[in-house]
Design a protein around this ligand. Structure first.
Ligand SMILES: [Zn+2]
Length: 361
């Protein structure tokens, strides 16, 4: 395979899935596909694909997930393809598990959310927690955030600037992105129940990782932070020893999303809590890796336009609003793509060393 970083990036979901499964088999991985009911734009089947490298009965597992946010899958999948291309044998008792495109519908249709407009990283509520409620400020900005019309120029940036001046950037970001359960066509909608993809994925993990003693999870995202830079975000309530050690090795902070000075924000229904609940016997570290693209307002504007086209237009995947969203979350710049590969591989390597040595410190 050509080692130029850009070649690990695929142009669409079907190509990415095909390359992933071929590379996984070539690397000696066992592969599984979790089939979903939703279909792609050409009515093609959609699957969450998994490659298991190393011991079938591993007690130390490094899990790398891509595509929780659909269109953000392109960089995460490129990192997984690169990892498969350079995979070396693991020590006994260790496994590297790559989960490709947790939201294949969003990847195939170039949107952040799944077939029910659900933001999957707001969908994993704790057992008994109600799929209801929204930040109070969300109701006040709903009309600006989610216009019930196809995309069109309507001074969004000016309106957004007005909202920032009125409410402050921190409060606004928290209200918009925390997750809401009352506006099914709105952005950052967390759903009304656990969605099929997350439910099947958790079920698979609960079955296959039941005996795992230590699990390190790396969840790949894009769109937050400075262009081409990585931001590492921890998960409240989840052990962070490994994450912090890793951060030290990378000379890079792991951000506490609850820290009001951080560029991140707290969310409801993130995946980390659900993993904790699914695998109660395992010690776990969790790091969400963001690679920055453009400004927060530009990303929000692109999400907003695509959402309008999806609900109030023809929702075709070649519409400029779809392509602009992909560019906002996976820029075509070769420099940016090289940085994705460098950050992605670097974090995977460090996490692998930490995971394989777990219990020997
Ligand atoms: Zn994301």
């Amino acid at each position: 395979m050509n080692s130029e970083p850009g070649t690990f990036f695929s142009p669409d979901y079907a190509t990415a899935r095909d390359r992933f499964t071929r590379a996984a088999r070539a690397a000696g991985a066992r592969t599984e596909a979790i089939a979903l009911d939703a279909r792609g734009p050409a009515r093609e089947a959609l699957t969450i694909d998994i490659a298991w490298l190393g011991a079938p009965d591993a007690d130390r597992v490094l899990l790398h997930t891509s595509g929780m946010h659909g269109v953000e899958a392109f960089p995460g999948c490129a990192v997984q393809l690169a990892a498969l291309s350079e995979f070396a044998a693991l020590a006994p008792g260790c496994a590297l598990v790559l989960a490709h495109a947790l939201n294949p519908y969003g990847m195939a249709r170039l949107r952040r959310t799944n077939e029910n407009n659900v933001d999957l990283n707001r969908n994993f509520l704790a057992p008994g927690e109600s799929y209801r409620g929204s930040p109070p400020l969300y109701a006040r900005i709903d009309a600006v955030l989610n216009p019930a019309s196809p995309p069109g120029f309507d001074f969004f940036r000016l309106k957004a600037l007005g909202l920032v001046m009125r409410y402050g950037m921190g409060a606004l970001r928290q209200a918009v992105a925390q997750g809401q359960y009352d506006y099914p066509r709105g952005l950052f909608y967390g759903g009304s129940m656990l969605e099929q993809g997350p439910a099947l994925f958790l079920g698979w993990l609960g079955c296959k990782l039941a005996r795992v003693r230590y699990l390190f999870v790396l969840d790949a995202h894009s769109g937050l932070g400075a262009w081409g830079e990585q931001t590492l975000i921890g998960a409240p309530g989840v052990n962070a020893t490994g994450a912090l050690e890793l951060a030290g090795a990378l000379a890079h902070a792991v951000i506490d999303p609850a820290d009001s000075r951080s560029p991140a924000y707290t969310i409801r229904g993130g995946m980390a809590g659900a993993l904790r609940h699914t695998l109660p016997a395992a010690r776990m570290d969790f790091v969400l890796q963001e690679i920055g693209t453009c400004s927060a307002i530009a990303v929000l504007g692109a999400l907003r336009e695509e959402n309008r086209w999806h609900h109030y237009g023809a929702a075709t995947v070649d519409h400029p609003a779809k392509l602009a969203l992909r560019e906002a979350l996976c820029p075509g710049s070769p420099v940016w793509r090289r940085r994705v590969l460098a950050h992605g591989r670097g974090l995977l390597e460090r996490a692998a060393v930490w995971t394989w040595n777990y219990g020997e410190r």
